[in-house]
Design a binder for this molecule. Sequence first.
Ligand SMILES: Nc1ncnc2c1ncn2[C@@H]1O[C@H](COP(=O)(O)OP(=O)(O)OP(=O)(O)O)[C@@H](O)[C@H]1O
Ligand SMILES: [Mg+2]
Length: 354
Amino acid sequence: MSTATPAAGHRHAAKVAGAVAVRAEQVGKVFAGRGGDVVALQDVSMSVAPGEFVSLIGPSGCGKSTLLRLVADLDAPTSGSLEVFGRTADAARRAQDYGIAFQSAGLLPWRTVRGNVELPLELHGANRRLRRARADELLALVGLADFVQSYPHQLSGGMQQRVAIARALAESPSLLLMDEPFGALDEMTREHMQTELLRICAETRAAVIFVTHSVPEAAYLSDRVVVMSPRPGRVQEIVDVGLGEAFRREAALREDEAFFRAVTRVREALHGVEPASRAAAGDTEEPTAGWHDDGPAVDLNADEPAAQRNGEPTVGPNGERPVEPNGEPPVGPNGERTAGRSPGTPAAAPGAER
Ligand SMILES: Nc1ncnc2c1ncn2[C@@H]1O[C@H](COP(=O)(O)OP(=O)(O)OP(=O)(O)O)[C@@H](O)[C@H]1O
Ligand SMILES: [Mg+2]
């Protein structure tokens, strides 16, 4: 895109050349509580290449939001290491390497649509003319050119979500972190937003980490899908979707046999079905296709017993959420239990506080 702010240009120049977008090595996160410690993540190793679209999928409470929050430097790991473009998550946050869009759009109701998108730029000192040009460009990109002067309450949920995505893109982030951003949308709007998101990715070439409970959504959007197992959250398997580069996909792919096969592969990985049984069940693909991650520093934890194989509930084929095995109330999609900081709100935009 053409109207990156001067700050954005400087920032990209400062990135470590050749660095992967995100590299997590043996990342662990333990929450200490009165009732004992909760191991939210254990030995999570994964990587995301620049421009790559990676989804996180797994049962409620398996640590997807926690992992995203660690990458966003909204919280710190208790073990292991995390790099964003070759630097610490903290340094990446200061450099505004990423934009965040979470499930609730988190728009400021007293600001216009344009004012909401301008906010991160305003916070970082971009002048009025630049802010307006950038906001209007992004709002056109997400199909809201006619609504720049509207207020959030005058928009539908899907339109508000698009404003949130435009806001997340405001500073030309090289990495987009999205936590169930389309969770509240009806199926048609959701499909439309998925197509839009890929189009935006094609233009911006941002890497994306996208949390979802929907298997078809993960398959349609992603280059790779990281399937996580429940507490302690681990990487159970990484599925290479194998549908060509994600950002080049078109809506017609949804009716393609190759897409159905990809959905099946992700679903089976989620349910812990072994590749061999898949072959026996008539999956005629190369036995190894899609089951190995070629990216750097990926730990498949292949020898770990998948919790689903032990009869624990998992996410349903259409992304429906299971009841927590121990009857605990599920954690909100944005990990709301973390007091005081709602990452979907502008106040928590990278670099906007702390
Ligand atoms: N701030 C916190 N304090 C204590 N425990 C937490 C906190 N945030 C998350 N947890 C715990 O960490 C685990 C993972 O939570 P997380 O929100 O990352 O799950 P999730 O995979 O995003 O779930 P969902 O699909 O329901 O959004 C849960 O057991 C949760 O109770
Ligand atoms: Mg969550």
